[in-house]
Ligand binder design. Structure first.
Ligand SMILES: [Zn+2]
Length: 443
C-alpha cells in the first residue's frame, strides 16, 4: 500500500492552512486557553501511538484487539476489545510518556481510520478543522427551558444527559499514530485476507493515523443506538420556487431512481426538525425494529413501546428537537445563497471576484455542508428506563474545498432534472404537504 511510506511532516503545511482559512465572524475561535493544548503543541502528530505487543499477558489490563464495527464512505470504525490469544493482533496504545493506556480509558472507545478516498482531508487537517472551525460554532449555551408547571418536568426532558452547551454534544477526539502492520490488519478485518495485501476500490489509501472517539454503539441486553443523518434541515436556497420536494427528498428520489439507495426507513428532514410527532414516531418505530432485528436481538424480550415513545418525545419536543433547530440555524446562516450562486461557476472557472471574498464564501459553504453531513447518535437503555438518553454528534469532518464542484453539479442536476418540481405520489415531504394544505388544486 502507498501508506507503507510515511507521509512527510505536515506541520508546515498545516500552518499555512490555518493561516489561509478566513474565519467568519461566527466561526471566530475562542481564546487559546479554551482550546486543548494538543492542537497547538503538536500539530499534525498525535500524542498516542499504537503498536503490536507480543506478550499481551504481561499487559493484561492494557492490551487490546480490534473488532470491525462499520464502514462509511470515508472512514472505517473499529471497536477496542480486551486482548485475546485467538486475536490475530494484540496491541498497546501508549501515551506521550510511553506508558500503556489502561482498559478503563480504551474499552469505551472506537478507533476511526480514514480510508483515504479522494476529496477528503487528511488526518492533520481533519483534527485542525474540528478544533479550530467546528468546535467554536457549538460554544453556545442552550436556551433556558420554559418554566415548569406544577413543578413537573415535561416528559421529553426527563432522563436525558446533562447538557449546558451545544458543545457538550460533540465527541472528544484523540489522535493516534498507527503503523503499516496495524493498517494491514484493520483492512483484513474489514474485507478479509484478500484485501490485506494492498489497497482496494473502497479503501484506496488507508491512513497511518486514527482517531479515538467514544463508542456510541448499542450495548447487548442493555441499550440500543439509533443513528440519524439530519441532512438538509432547511430547503436549499437555490431550489425552484415551485419545488414540491425539499433538497434531501429530491436527492432521495434521484438515488432511488438510480437504484443507489436501499429502502431504509426514511424521514423528510423538514418533518424531523419541525417536530412532526406522527412522522417522527413512525420513523423511530421502524428504526427501533430494525435495530432489534439486527445487532440487538436480545431486545426482543423487552417491551420496546416505552423506548419508541421516549425517543419520539426527545426528538419532537425535547433536547433532540432543540439541537436539530440549532443545526438548522447554523446550516442556513453559513449557506444563505446556495452553491449555484457561487460567484465563479462552475467552481473551476476563474473569477474577477476578490480572492478574499471567494475564500470566505467557500469557507462558509464548506461549514454548512459539513453540518448537513453529520450523524446524530441517540443511545437509550431499554433495560433501565431511568438511565438518561445519551446523544452525540459525529462525522463533523470539515469538508474539503475539492467537493465544491461536486455540490454545484448535484444542485444543477436536481434543478435541471426536475427532481425538485415534479410531484411524487405518496411522498411525505414537508414541502409537498405544505402545498397540499395551502394550494390543494396544485398537487
Ligand atoms: Zn422533504
Amino acid at each position: 500500500m502507498k501508506t507503507g511510506i510515511l507521509r512527510p511532516p505536515r506541520e508546515a503545511k498545516m500552518e499555512v492552512l490555518v493561516r489561509q482559512i478566513p474565519i467568519a465572524r461566527e466561526a471566530m475561535p475562542a481564546p487559546r486557553a479554551q482550546i486543548p493544548a494538543k492542537s497547538f503543541l503538536t500539530p499534525g502528530e498525535p500524542n498516542i501511538r499504537c503498536n503490536r505487543t507480543e506478550s499481551p499477558e504481561q499487559y493484561a489490563g492494557c492490551a487490546v484487539t480490534f473488532a470491525f464495527l462499520a464502514e462509511g464512505a470515508a472512514n472505517a470504525v473499529f471497536q477496542l476489545r480486551p486482548s485475546s490469544e485467538k486475536a490475530g493482533l494484540n496491541v498497546l496504545f501508549r501515551d506521550e510518556n510511553g506508558s500503556p493506556i489502561p482498559h478503563a480509558r480504551l474499552l469505551n472507545k472506537v478507533l476511526r481510520v480514514s480510508k483515504g478516498i479522494p476529496k477528503t482531508l487528511p488526518y492533520s487537517e481533519i483534527i485542525s478543522g474540528y478544533e479550530n472551525v467546528i468546535h467554536p460554532l457549538f460554544r453556545t449555551k442552550l436556551p433556558s427551558p420554559p418554566p415548569a408547571q406544577n413543578q413537573a418536568q415535561p416528559p421529553s426532558s426527563r432522563n436525558t444527559q446533562e447538557i449546558a452547551s451545544f458543545e457538550d454534544y460533540l465527541m472528544d477526539d484523540e489522535g493516534v499514530r498507527l503503523n503499516q502492520e496495524i493498517i494491514t490488519h484493520l483492512h483484513a478485518q474489514m474485507h478479509g485476507d484478500q484485501c490485506a495485501s494492498g489497497p482496494c476500490a473502497t479503501v484506496p489509501n488507508m491512513e497511518l493515523y486514527g482517531i479515538l472517539l467514544p463508542d456510541m454503539s448499542s450495548i447487548p441486553n442493555q441499550a440500543l443506538t439509533i443513528e440519524i443523518k439530519p441532512k438538509w434541515l432547511a430547503q436549499s436556497p437555490t431550489a425552484p420556487r415551485d419545488a414540491f420536494q425539499c433538497r434531501t427528498c429530491a436527492m432521495q428520489r434521484l438515488r432511488n431512481k438510480q437504484g443507489k439507495r436501499k429502502r431504509d426507513p426514511y424521514i423528510c428532514p423538514l418533518q424531523l426538525v419541525a417536530g412532526n410527532t406522527p412522522a417522527i414516531e413512525k420513523y423511530v418505530r421502524h428504526r427501533v425494529a430494525q435495530e432489534m432485528s439486527g445487532t440487538n436481538k436480545a431486545a426482543a424480550d423487552f417491551d420496546m413501546e416505552p423506548v419508541v415513545q421516549r425517543v419520539t418525545a426527545y426528538l419532537a419536543t425535547g433536547p433532540g428537537h432543540t439541537l436539530l433547530e440549532f443545526l438548522r440555524t447554523l446550516q442556513s446562516k453559513h449557506d444563505d445563497v446556495g452553491v449555484t450562486m457561487r460567484p465563479a461557476t462552475p467552481p473551476r472557472l476563474a473569477t474577477s471576484v476578490p480572492t478574499s471574498n471567494m475564500a470566505d464564501y467557500d469557507h462558509r459553504l464548506r461549514l454548512a455542508m459539513t453540518l448537513r453531513d453529520c450523524s446524530f447518535f441517540i443511545r437509550i437503555s431499554f433495560a433501565d428506563p431511568d438511565m438518561p438518553i445519551e446523544a452525540k454528534l459525529c462525522d463533523l469532518d470539515f469538508k474539503s474545498a475539492d467537493k465544491i464542484e461536486v455540490w454545484w453539479d448535484k444542485e444543477k442536476r436536481l434543478i435541471n432534472g426536475g427532481w425538485y418540481t415534479s410531484v411524487e405520489p405518496g411522498t411525505t415531504c414537508a414541502v409537498t404537504e405544505a402545498w397540499r394544505t395551502n394550494c390543494p388544486w396544485y398537487v
